[in-house]
Ligand binder design. Sequence first.
Ligand code: PLP
Length: 360
Amino acid sequence: MAHLWRGVIREYMDRLDIKSDNPIITLGEGGTPLVQAPALAKLVGAEAAWLKFEGMNPTGSFKDRGMTMAVSKAVGHGAQAVICASTGNTSASAAAYAAAAGIQSVVLVPKGKISLGKLSQAVAHKAQILQVKGNFDDCLRLARELSENYAVHLVNSVNPDRIEGQKTGAFEVVDALGYAPDLHVLPVGNAGNYSAYFKGYQEDLEAGRIYKIPQMWGYQAEGSAPFTVGHPVAKPETIATAIRIGNPASWDLAQNAREVSGGRFGAVTDAEILWMHRFLSQEVGVFVEPSSATGAAGLFKASKAGEVAAGSKIVVTVTGHGLKDPMWALKDERGKEIKPTSVSAKAAEVAERLGLSKSS
Ligand SMILES: *Cc1c(COP(=O)(O)O)cnc(C)c1O
């Protein structure tokens, strides 16, 4: 029977905080693949592992789940413009949904710290883009101040509509598996997504769809790990730009989620992130941006310390698409550029280059 996925608001209307007569601005987000990852399960000694492949959303990251809610509600309130601070993916998403809604978007990005792919998306969707001399945390403070004093609606994850929309990721995992995994692992920046998945699982538990909440495991980059050091970090540094956040907006929500789920926060080095980035594309077949490999990198680190129970069923959210920031795939382990070999258009020469033997 024909069925078109209708986006997360229509698919989960009865479980979301939105009125039935609110306008719905959607690009068909959600319904992303839960990809079986036997190579990852084997690597970490688990019974089964899946990747929730959020790069398959309309703008290439999970941000679309929250943005459909935030922009729909903004339009419902009569907003003519939305504003956000962004390390890249939030601005790409805000710009696309504002375009779909026919309203203006304003994005504040830290100067020089946003990937070309993400910047091009914001430009393509005709956002007003301002590069701020400062880091993400400065951009967010500025966006909050502007939205409090001027006619522009804030769509960062400090807006609870974002977390509300993003909790549908957990609903989809439960719908796909029929149960909750033992562990749910993901990268953490502002911790909005970490908190959102917990909220989704908690609601599924209350509704009797599952009988336990997975342990929520959140991983940050070592140079940008406020949750493991226990306080905000003034100058966060990591190549994983989407999680280069020193002062997480959802601090309290995330601490509660960790505590109630019996989960953990941890940190991995940039080298461990890039190793896992390569493993996921080469051994699993899923291409993600470096930040998105942080959760799986943390899981691998924990497994090496003997902290992953043998029978575990694990879901790892990979947050954004590899094409967002493709330059990382074009470097080898030592950071050397990878270039394709040039050959003439002659079968014999190509076969020789490839080391092919003659078929019999
Ligand atoms: C936004 C983002 C994150 C971090 O999510 P938070 O909700 O800020 O913790 C991780 N990875 C990617 C690709 C992102 O775009």
